[in-house]
Design a protein. Structure first.
Length: 221
């Protein structure tokens, strides 16, 4: 399926719909069953840097939209989050093609990664940016910041992994930092090498880190 006029930077699946974001800041929706375009969503300035399909409980809006979109065919009741080089996080209602929330989350830098908690409490949207901050946003309160952690690294945050109510970030100096998202505090720091940690993953018992040194390190929880 053609449609983007700029290189595609990321994409996500959301209830039978694919959302793709490109270098010009445009997000397009696609009907995977019909192999047809559904809508074009505009609002970001600068290329799309992060995309996430959100679970139930993350449809809270408010805070002003400012995007537009075209009408199309049938789509599921899905909500996606996008971050871009402009530092903004936007929430999109896929069915209505509406930008329901827009916030300058990371002034002066791109939104590097997005994640969401899946613990017993209502979900929180988590972001890290080029400004070195970790934000936890509360969907039930119009995505108001629940807390922010500043200067979490002296370098650049390259990766984010959210597990239940914990968040892990990997930076350019090989440091992996764990944060308690409900308490809003740092828990511990792991030394994962001397180079950038670009990938984080987990099993039920282990944290896996990999990056520029070509190695993967496994830590037991």
């Amino acid at each position: 399926m053609g449609g983007h006029e700029a290189p595609v930077m990321d994409f996500v699946w959301a209830n039978g719909v694919v959302a793709s974001g490109d270098r010009s800041g445009i997000v397009r929706l696609w009907d995977t069953a019909r192999a047809e375009p559904l809508a074009t969503l505009r609002g970001h300035k600068g290329h799309i840097t992060a995309m996430l399909a959100l679970p139930d409980g993350c449809a809270g809006g408010g805070g002003g939209g400012g995007g537009d979109g075209s009408s199309g065919g049938e789509a599921g009741d899905a909500v996606i989050a996008t971050g871009a080089q402009d530092g903004h996080i936007r929430i999109w209602d896929v069915r209505q093609r509406l930008n329901t929330f827009n916030n300058m989350a990371h002034p002066g830098g791109a939104v590097n990664e997005l994640g969401v908690t899946l613990g017993v409490e209502p979900p929180l949207l988590v972001s890290v940016g080029a400004d070195g901050r970790v934000l936890a946003l509360e969907p039930r309160k119009g995505y108001a910041p629940l807390f922010e952690l500043k200067q979490v690294t002296a370098d650049f945050v390259y990766s984010l992994l959210v597990l239940d109510d914990l968040a892990f970030t990997g930076d350019g100096r090989g440091r992996v930092t764990c944060f308690d998202l409900r308490a809003g505090r740092q828990r511990y720091v792991l030394d994962a090498g001397e180079n950038a940690v670009r990938c984080l993953g987990a099993t039920a018992s282990s944290l896996v880190c990999a990056g520029d040194d070509g190695n993967a390190l496994i830590f037991d929880f």
